[in-house]
Ligand binder design. Structure first.
Ligand code: FMN
Length: 417
């Protein structure tokens, strides 16, 4: 019976254990987690979502405090169009996070950064270009483009000296999205080095509409593998979303995928950035405790625990400090919803906003508990301790369980009392 270790992902001349730990925004996939995946011969991701905030916590910088101070007078103003990112500071934060991570890298694997196009940051092209270029400058092994079609992203970095040597890939959820990406970039004569195909059971934002439940990963992978074969394209396809065991992974590797991208199992790793309290909430969740909702201002559906404090919260928009979701005109749909509730309840001390959430502030405070569909199975991957809590696991244990397990088995960690 085969296990994941019987396969290798070939990226250029490099042979990689075909396990990629997916990017989990705002430092849920920490540098420590990504570095473990790389040390073990796979690929780990850091994320560039709200990278200034991540730097402040990791390096005690003051990017957020300084930005808040700079735009302080605008806080009561519902027009956020003046709240911009300083591109120099954005590049500085990116370089800090990436360079420190790359310096600490050991082993044969790789560390990539996940870049979400939907972080439009009140100047979509300029800020994305600054983020991508700075990550390449700081020596990242590769970039995974996510949360968007990224039709213009390659051209933003086509003049970068590392454009053809860094590993560049994109996450898609349909063959159509991949076709569009390839067509738009045909003139660059630079194919992606890999494509991650993410199905509807993933965590974070979903690349589907309200009919997400009608789609299934194996079918989309089959369509994409067929399309690439017909077009004589041979970059690796990576399957993602709902791959919970080594055996699940093997079935994708036997059916055209060259690697798997996984995340949910690692949300309860010691190296993951989620606080203990949230990890315990993930362990305790039942299937009924998880929903896919539309409260993200990005417009994409997002899966999260129904008990996330972000749901229904009516906090003041935090754009002067963050502002990552302001579109090219300085709008965010949370601001509209927030203003509507304020107008409806002018005398209330606190309001509730149900249809949207202030994702920046809640992600920063780890109050938006986004998770994969199979979060309710995490309790089966470890021990329940005498006090009723669940034992978190080392990233190494989870990685090796994916790598070597067979027969749908999940190896429990050694019990730590
Ligand atoms: C907590 C969490 C946060 C995530 N955040 C992001 C993100 O910021 N950007 C992204 O492209 N994907 C994100 N994802 C998706 C993962 O990178 C990955 O592709 C997917 O969840 C794999 O499926 P699995 O969780 O069932 O293993 C997130 C997933 C989880 C569980």
């Amino acid at each position: 019976m085969k296990c994941v270790d019987d396969f290798r992902l070939l990226l250029g001349k490099k042979e990689i254990v075909p396990i990629i730990v997916g990017g989990m925004g705002v430092d849920i996939s920490t540098a420590e987690l990504a570095l473990e995946a790389a040390r073990l011969g796979g690929i780990g991701h850091i994320s560039d979502a709200m990278i200034a905030d991540v730097c402040d916590k990791r390096f005690k910088t003051t990017f957020i405090k300084d930005k808040t101070k700079f735009y302080k007078l605008n806080i009561p103003n519902s027009d956020k169009s003046i709240v911009k990112f300083d591109l120099g500071l954005l590049a500085e934060a990116t370089k800090l996070h990436v360079a420190a991570t790359m310096e600490a890298k050991r082993g044969d694997g790789l560390v990539f950064i996940n870049c979400m196009e939907k972080l439009t940051m009140n100047a979509p092209r300029e800020t994305l270009q600054a983020r991508l270029s700075a990550a390449l400058d700081a020596g990242i092994d590769g970039i995974t483009l996510s949360a968007g079609l990224h039709l213009g992203s390659f051209s933003l970095i086509e003049d970068h000296p590392r454009f053809r040597d860094a590993k560049l890939g994109i996450i898609v959820s349909s063959v159509r999205a991949l076709q569009l990406f390839l067509r738009k970039n045909a003139r660059l004569d630079r194919k992606p080095d890999f494509v991650v195909v993410e199905g509807p059971l993933a965590g974070g934002h979903l690349g589907f509409g309200p009919d997400w439940a009608k789609h299934d990963l194996a079918t989309i992978i089959a369509e994409i593998v067929h399309y690439l074969k017909n077009e004589n394209l041979n970059f690796p396809v990576v399957a993602a979303g709902g791959i919970f065991t080594g055996s699940d992974a093997v079935s994708f590797l036997e059916n055209g995928a060259s690697a798997v991208q996984v995340a949910t199992r690692f949300t309860v790793a010691n190296e993951c950035g989620l606080p203990d309290k949230v990890q315990q909430a993930y362990f305790k969740a039942s299937e009924q405790d998880i929903e896919v909702n539309n409260i993200s201002p990005t417009g994409y559906p997002m899966r999260m625990l129904k008990s996330s404090p972000a749901i229904g919260s009516g906090i003041r928009p935090g754009c002067e400090s963050y502002g990552y979701l302001l579109d090219g005109n300085g709008h965010c749909s949370y601001i509209t919803s927030y203003n509507r509730e304020i107008a409806l309840h002018p005398n209330s001390k606190s309001i509730s906003v149900k249809d949207k959430t202030c994702l920046c502030t809640h992600m920063s405070n780890m109050n938006c508990w986004t998770c994969g569909h199979y979060t309710y199975r995490l309790k089966d991957t470890t021990h329940r301790l005498a006090d009723g809590t669940y034992q978190t696991l080392s990233a190494e244990h989870i990685f090796k369980d994916y790598q070597f397990s067979t027969d749908q088995k999940i190896a429990l960690p050694d019990l730590v009392e």
